[in-house]
Write a new protein. Structure first.
Length: 573
């Protein structure tokens, strides 16, 4: 067990049964370090590892195990056959955009009469009465939601009164009482009556299953449909940070392989503009999804939808360049807002269990990202609200690994106008004069949960690596556990006593690049510490450091080579 304290993190490595480590290492014919990584993930034998790493299509579940699938398929078949207008309504994030593009691609291939609506963040998330009115004006017969709708009770009632049929596909948590909006179908794996064996598919995964079922009903080739749609599934699934286990691993693995050599013009231009050569779950999460989200956050989600579906080379390149510019603008605005908030943090913030900040007319497309920044750096649940001129505050929140933030909002429902989301990320709307009461209630909720003020983040480390073990062989021995993501994080290693040979900040001083060597080894290895550029002066040449990192392949060089992505670093003591 190592336990090392710095400002915000405690380094911790699980204590394992050493005889079990040696036994598994022998069974797998791998090093004890590799065996430890498997055991920490609950993979105790060759059989369990083989099952975990088996990413074939037998793990893809039957769409009809999802609730209301038959009703959804039947209604859409009738709409296709009668040339009725289907209006697709997506959510305003990368999962919602990917879901919208997937639905449009499939329905157009089926010959459907289909249009789409996607709200900006100023319209509010998900299905709204305003969007229903827009669908009514378009004379839509069917309104199909993707990645939203489970909380849209007023909008559903409005759609019914108008005579329009509502089909919901979603993956967000239903209300505590299990009630869903009145509709033709609500296809959601988290419903109480769901027989679906894996409730953690993203919104794009749910509509993907609907389109496969519809494809079969309309006598289209389902294998071809799978291959045409799976790229969108990979993007939306990685972007929404859902559990990277079971079926999601298969969907993302197949989708990333297709994306790496995609025939779709828009997707090819997107990956190129994002600077991605090798598509995997991490490159989607760090580079591709942020470009899509930038359009959503800056109130132009349609630009992202158009790019995902674009077939013209010139137009696609222009759209991709636009997204790249938006992402740069988003980064600058986000940093300005974060600095503004951090410069006004009250002294008592350290003795509270949450961070809660509100300001007038803060950019509503960025408050979620800023809440994430604050939560990540402080290891506390964080709530950031923009107070609008009408006296309504729009909030976004992010949480730590163990604190269920949606449950916390449930406990404050009497103070809120509306709310929704996931266990680690959510949004809400509240009257501005209730902000103080909400702050106090949420802090009390966190206090009761944690029992004391949260001071440190526990940084879980998989294993200690000797400098000589930092190699491509070690990385290769772990790649069968990918794709990485929620519930299956990329392994973190700890190596003490490395010597800084070279240190520099880059990207305007934002990030840190180091060249490291072993204390008695002439070999060197490159390491990058994202968002640690302000610590460059702490690590001058010759200083000895202890490092927590993950291994990564630098695919941007002519000959791919190994590098370290630093998670945390401190001078040796």
């Amino acid at each position: 067990m190592i336990a090392k304290m710095n400002k915000t993190k405690t380094w911790s490595m699980p204590v394992l049964d050493e005889s079990q480590v040696r036994e598994l290492a022998t069974e797998l014919n791998v090093s004890e370090t590799i065996a430890r990584v498997h055991l920490i993930r609950g993979l105790y034998s060759y059989a369990s590892i083989s099952d975990f790493c088996n990413l074939n299509l037998t793990k893809i579940h039957d769409p009809y195990l999802l609730p209301d699938m038959k009703q959804a398929v039947d209604r859409l078949v009738r709409a296709v056959q009668k040339d009725e207008l289907i209006m697709v309504v997506g959510d305003c994030d990368a999962d919602g955009v990917s879901s919208t593009a997937l639905a449009l691609y499939a329905l157009r291939a089926f010959g459907a009469n289909v249009h789409y609506l996607i709200p900006t963040r100023y319209d509010g998330f998900g299905l709204s009465v305003n969007l229903v009115n827009m669908a009514i004006e378009s004379e839509a017969a069917v309104l199909l939601t993707v990645d939203c709708g489970t909380e849209g009770f007023l909008a559903a009632e409005h759609a019914k009164l108008s005579g329009m049929d509502l089909v919901i596909t979603d993956h967000h948590e239903p209300r505590n009482d299990g009630l869903i909006p009145e509709c033709v179908a609500c296809v959601n794996p988290k419903r109480r009556n769901s027989l679906y064996p894996f409730p953690h598919i993203a919104g794009v995964g749910v509509v993907f299953k609907l389109m496969l079922a519809l494809c079969e009903k309309l006598d289209f080739d389902t294998e071809d449909a799978f291959n045409q749609l799976i790229e969108y599934v990979a993007i939306g699934t990685c972007a929404d940070v859902v559990s990277m286990t079971a079926e999601n691993r298969v969907l993302v693995d197949y989708g990333c392989k297709k994306l790496s050599n995609t025939e779709k013009v828009g997707l090819r231009k997107l990956t190129k503009s994002a600077g991605v050569r090798r598509v995997d779950s991490e490159s989607i999460g760090f580079f591709i999804a942020p470009m899509i989200n930038a359009a959503c956050r800056l109130e132009e989600p349609e630009t992202a939808v158009k790019l995902l579906l674009e077939t013209d080379e010139i137009v696609a390149e222009e759209l991709a360049d636009t997204l790249k510019q938006m992402n740069g603008e988003r980064k600058a605005l986000q940093e300005d807002l974060l600095n503004h908030i951090m410069n006004s943090v009250p002294e008592e913030a350290d003795v509270r269990n949450i961070h809660f900040y509100a300001g007038e007319e803060w950019h509503r497309g960025l408050i979620g990202l800023v809440a994430g920044n604050i939560s990540s750096s402080s290891s506390k649940p964080s709530f950031v609200c923009s107070i609008e001129s009408d006296g309504i505050a729009y909030g976004s929140c992010r949480s730590t690994a163990t604190f269920h933030i949606l449950d916390a909002l449930h406990s404050c429902s009497d103070l809120l106008i509306s709310y929704g989301g996931h266990s680690q990320a959510a949004g809400f709307k509240v009257e501005a004069n209730n902000l103080q009461a909400l702050d106090e209630r949420l802090n009390q909720c966190a206090l009761e949960f944690f029992g004391e003020v949260v001071a440190d983040e526990i940084l879980e480390i998989d294993a200690e690596l000797k400098f000589s073990e930092i190699s491509l062989d070690t990385l290769t021995a772990l790649e069968h556990l990918a794709p990485w993501g929620q519930d299956n994080p990329q392994p973190k290693f700890y190596t003490p006593g490395l010597v800084v040979v070279q240190s520099s900040a880059f990207c305007g001083g934002k990030h840190l690049k180091l060249m490291l060597a072993g204390a008695s080894d002439s070999n060197r290895i490159s390491a990058v510490a994202w968002n640690m550029g302000d610590r460059a002066q702490d690590f001058p040449n010759g200083v000895v450091v202890d490092v927590v990192y993950s291994l990564e392949l630098d695919a941007y060089k002519v000959k791919p080579c190994l590098g370290l992505r630093i998670v945390d670093i401190e001078c040796s003591r």
